[in-house]
Design a protein around this ligand. Structure first.
Ligand code: ZN
Ligand code: ZN
Ligand code: ZN
Ligand code: ZN
Length: 360
C-alpha cells in the first residue's frame, strides 16, 4: 500500500506528541501524563508493526479492507499482542526487562482509567509522582534503545525528534539521580553486609540488588528505578577480579583490568539464561526458534533471536545478522545460509549424515 509510509509517519508523530504531553504534564496533571505515556508506548510498538505491513496492527486482519483501514475504521491489537507479533512474526527481540517496563506503564494506565485512584488524582501527591516518574523513566530508556538502536533504520526520519524527547526527559533523569543519592548509603550498608549489587542497565549505577537464580546466574532488581535484570558472576582469569555482567549486553570486559572475561557457565545455568532471554518454545507450539552458535558450538541453543532477524549467542556473545534453518534437520543455526543444507546438513546434523560430502 502506497500510503503505508504516510500512515507510519503519522502514527510515529502522534506517538512523539503523546510523549511530549506526558513529560510536560508530569508535575501538573499526573493522570493525563500517565495515560499519554501509555498511549505513546502503544503507538510506537504499532508503528514498528505497521512498518512491516499494515495488516499486522489489526486485531482481525481478515475482516478489514484497505479503505476501512485508511479511514481508521478498525480494531487494533493490544500491547501484549503487539509485542508478541513483533517477536514471533518479525523475529525482533524485546527484552524481558523492556516487556516488564511496558507492562507496568500499561497496568497503571488501566487502573487509572477503570478505577478511581485518589492518590493519582492529586497532582501534588509526591508518592504517586515518584512511582510514575520511575516507571516512565524505565519505560523511556527501553523505548529509546529500541527506537534509536535496534529500530534505527525504520525510525530514521524521526531520530531528531527522538533525541529531543531524550533531552526533555532530563527532569526524570535528575529525579533518578536524586533518588540514587538518597539510597546510596543504604546500598553501601547492604554491600558491607554481604549483599550483591550489579550496575543497573537503566540508572547506570551500582543499584541493582541481586539474588541467585541458578549460580552463577543472578536476577537483579534496581533499588532506584525497579528495573529487572539478569547478571552472571565471573572471575577474570587475568586479574582475579569478581565481576557481575549484565548478560543482555555483549560487553564482557573486566571492570578492573578491561581484559576480555571468558566465562564457563554450567548447562543448568545456561538453560536459565536461554529461558530468560531466548524464545519460549511453549508459546510456539513447541517450535524452538533459538538456534545453535557455530562460533562456540555450544550443545544448547545459545543463539537467541536478536535484532532484525539476527541472533546473539548467550555463551560467547557473538552477534549475527541472520539466523537460518537447516533444511536437513530443521535446527536453527545462527549466521546460517541455507545453500545446499538439505544435502550437506549443518554442524549439528552432519555427524548423523556422514556421507553428505560424497554427493558432490
Ligand atoms: Zn535502575
Ligand atoms: Zn581483570
Ligand atoms: Zn557462541
Ligand atoms: Zn542440520
Amino acid at each position: 500500500m502506497e500510503k503505508q509510509d504516510k500512515l507510519f509517519n503519522r502514527i510515529t508523530e502522534n506517538a512523539l506528541g503523546f510523549l511530549r504531553d506526558a513529560i510536560e504534564l508530569i508535575n501538573s496533571d499526573l493522570k493525563k501524563s500517565l495515560i499519554s505515556f501509555a498511549i505513546a508506548v502503544e503507538l510506537f510498538l504499532k508503528a514498528r508493526l505497521m512498518h512491516e505491513h499494515w495488516t499486522l496492527i489489526l486485531e482481525n486482519p481478515d475482516n478489514t479492507t484497505v479503505s476501512e483501514f485508511e479511514k481508521g475504521d478498525f480494531i487494533s491489537v493490544n500491547v501484549q499482542s503487539a509485542i508478541l507479533r513483533l517477536q514471533k512474526v518479525l523475529g525482533l527481540s524485546i527484552s524481558t526487562s523492556a516487556e516488564k517496563a511496558f507492562k507496568n506503564i500499561r497496568t497503571h494506565r488501566n487502573k487509572m482509567i477503570h478505577f478511581y485512584h485518589p492518590e493519582y488524582a492529586d497532582a501534588k501527591n509526591p508518592k504517586a509522582t515518584e512511582v510514575v516518574m520511575k516507571d516512565q523513566y524505565v519505560g523511556w530508556v527501553h523505548l529509546h534503545e529500541l527506537l534509536s538502536e535496534e529500530w534505527e533504520k525504520e525510525f530514521i526520519n524521526h531520530q531528531e525528534s527522538i533525541k529531543d524527547i531524550d533531552r526533555l526527559m532530563k527532569g526524570h533523569r535528575d529525579f533518578i539521580d536524586a533518588r540514587y543519592e538518597t539510597l546510596k548509603d543504604s546500598i553501601s550498608d547492604e554491600i558491607a553486609k554481604g549483599m550483591k549489587f550489579g550496575v543497573c542497565a537503566v540508572c547506570q549505577k551500582l543499584s541493582s540488588r541481586m539474588s541467585d537464580l541458578s549460580l552463577p546466574v543472578y536476577t537483579g532488581v534496581c533499588r532506584v528505578c525497579g528495573d529487572w535484570d539478569v547478571f552472571v558472576e565471573a572471575i577474570c582469569s587475568s586479574c582475579s577480579y569478581i565481576g557481575y555482567y549484565d548478560w543482555s549486553s555483549s560487553d564482557r570486559d573486566c571492570s578492573s583490568c578491561t581484559k576480555d572475561v571468558q566465562i564457563e557457565i554450567p548447562d543448568d545455568a545456561m538453560e536459565v539464561l536461554i529461558s530468560h532471554y531466548g524464545d519460549d518454545p511453549f508459546m510456539n507450539d513447541g517450535i524452538d526458534y533459538n538456534g545453535h552458535c557455530p562460533e562456540c558450538e555450544h550443545s544448547l541453543t545459545t543463539a537467541i533471536p536478536a535484532g532484525d532477524g539476527g541472533a546473539f549467542c548467550l555463551n560467547c556473545a557473538t552477534e549475527y545478522d541472520e539466523m537460518g534453518q537447516c533444511e536437513h534437520c530443521g535446527t536453527y543455526i545462527a549466521g546460517f545460509t541455507e545453500v545446499a543444507s538439505s544435502y550437506l546438513g549443518c554442524f549439528i546434523c552432519s555427524a548423523s549424515f556422514p556421507d553428505a560430502n560424497e554427493k558432490y
